[in-house]
Design a protein around this ligand. Structure first.
Ligand code: FES
Ligand SMILES: [Fe+2]
Length: 439
């Protein structure tokens, strides 16, 4: 790891961008990713719609930490480490719900939804003022903030403010949050699955327009069979680097969008509803923005691991590596707070048909990613992956690889240049205690 450019090689003159396959298989690289990325970035933790009244909570595993996110009685949302300040037990063991208070099952300490210690069995054995001192409160995550309804945490107390971090991605989060005048909300339930592949392969895949026609041929056939011919160019659009490792593809595609893009599959009964939705968008945002919201698809990547795919439905997806070749994924459907039964039916159908782990797309993607990971067994003899497509173009296409280069450039800035070896920064070990019998 002595060569600063060893894991990502960028040759602007020859327009070659390569990533070392070692980055997908190496334990030390994974450790550096936790230290330099997951411990240092803003990470998606939930959506404001999951907290509507005091006591609403979710528990999430974010970068190997157990967190409890809950709305306090003052209606502010806070994120806490979900570990009892007494002796460590997990305080809240449900995935979501509403609670007046959280009681640790081990010795019974009780915390309010603001994280403050409310009572302890055997309180009289503690010094007076113990609870008031705050020493028994749940510990808040160093940073918590939200933008356009998306809530983020960071374990780095000194991280830049969330709006600065999000850079050009703010424009796209705004668009997704403006689909409906009623606001947007996470639908109940989530998709949880695992892929035997490195997490960065899913980053690449989530914003990869290049693979759509080949990997998802059966879905495109299905669209052809249900909607008639797909027209000359099934996909058309561009990709953009949004700064700080974030990127987006924005494009037209042949599927219907229950937001306001009709296709024959939606039937005649859907036509009037789609026209009504479109008129509403025009009224709220004007023709141009209404057209963009309704007819363009967006695959948005927020560095390092939040993907918002505003396609035939809206999916919010995040994922963490368990090991270099295994990741756990969580996906949610984001939908208008209020929409007709018709629109909701097609939205959920689209969500499951394409995006679900048993749908037309995800199993194909999983197969592709696991196949790449398998190929990386040969990384010593075949050490590089190529991510050069469209390099040097002023306006890269939706199926170029600019968006992946945006991610990898940021990844390289954080991880590619190794810091001091761990031994050089860890505190010296205490000297062994001398004993008379020491050999
Ligand atoms: S560990 Fe929670 S009350 Fe003891
Ligand atoms: Fe795909």
């Amino acid at each position: 790891m002595s060569d600063a450019n060893r894991l990502v090689e960028i040759d602007e003159d020859r327009q070659i961008f390569r990533v070392a396959r070692e980055a997908f298989v190496s334990e030390p690289v994974l450790q550096r990713e936790y230290d330099a990325i997951f411990d240092r970035c803003w990470l998606y933790v939930g959506h404001e719609s999951e907290f509507r009244k005091p006591g609403d909570f979710v528990t999430r595993t974010i970068a190997r930490r157990n967190l409890l996110v809950t709305m306090g009685t003052d209606r502010t949302v806070n994120a806490f480490f979900n570990t009892c300040p007494h002796r460590g037990a997990t305080v809240c063991r449900d995935p979501s719900g509403n609670a007046k208070a959280f009681q640790c099952f081990y010795h019974g300490w009780v915390f309010g939804c603001d994280g403050n210690l409310k009572s302890q069995p055997g309180k009289e054995s503690y010094p007076e003022g113990f609870a008031a001192s705050g020493a028994g409160n749940l510990v808040p995550v160093p940073r918590f903030d939200s933008y356009a309804g998306f809530c983020f945490v960071s374990f780095d107390p000194d991280i830049e403010p969330l709006p600065d971090y999000l850079a050009g991605a703010k424009e796209y989060l705004d668009i997704v949050s403006r689909h409906s005048g009623s606001g947007m909300a996470i639908s109940k339930g989530s998709q949880e699955y695992a892929i035997r592949a490195n997490w960065k392969l899913l980053v690449e895949n989530s914003v990869d327009g290049y693979h759509a026609v080949s990997t998802h041929a059966s879905y495109l056939d299905y669209l052809k069979n249900t909607n008639g011919a797909l027209g000359g160019t099934p996909f058309e659009g561009h990709s953009r680097d949004l700064g700080n490792g974030h990127a987006v593809l924005e494009y037209r595609a042949p599927w219907g969008r229950p937001i306001a893009s009709w296709v024959p599959l939606f039937g005649e009964d859907g036509k009037a509803e789609i026209e009504r939705l479109h008129a509403e968008l025009v009224e709220r945002h004007g023709e141009d923005m209404a057209d963009r919201i309704a007819h363009k698809n967006r695959n948005i990547l927020i560095f390092p691991n939040l993907v918002i795919n505003d396609i035939m439905a809206v999916t919010v997806r995040t994922f963490y590596p368990q090991s270099p070749d295994y990741m756990l994924i969580n996906g949610w459907s984001l939908a208008p707070n209020e929409e007709s039964d018709w629109a909701r039916k097609y939205r959920l159908r689209n969500f499951l048909e394409f995006l679900g782990p048993g749908g037309f797309a995800t199993p194909d993607d999983v197969e592709a990613l696991e196949s790449c990971q398998n190929g990386f067994r040969n990384h010593r003899q075949v050490p590089w992956s190529d991510i050069s497509k469209g390099m040097g173009k002023a306006m890269p296409n939706y199926d170029d690889e600019l968006q992946m280069r945006a991610f990898w450039s940021q990844w390289n800035a954080r991880v590619g240049t190794p810091g001091p070896a761990p031994d050089a920064v860890s505190p010296p070990r205490p000297a062994p205690v001398a004993t008379s019998a020491a050999a």
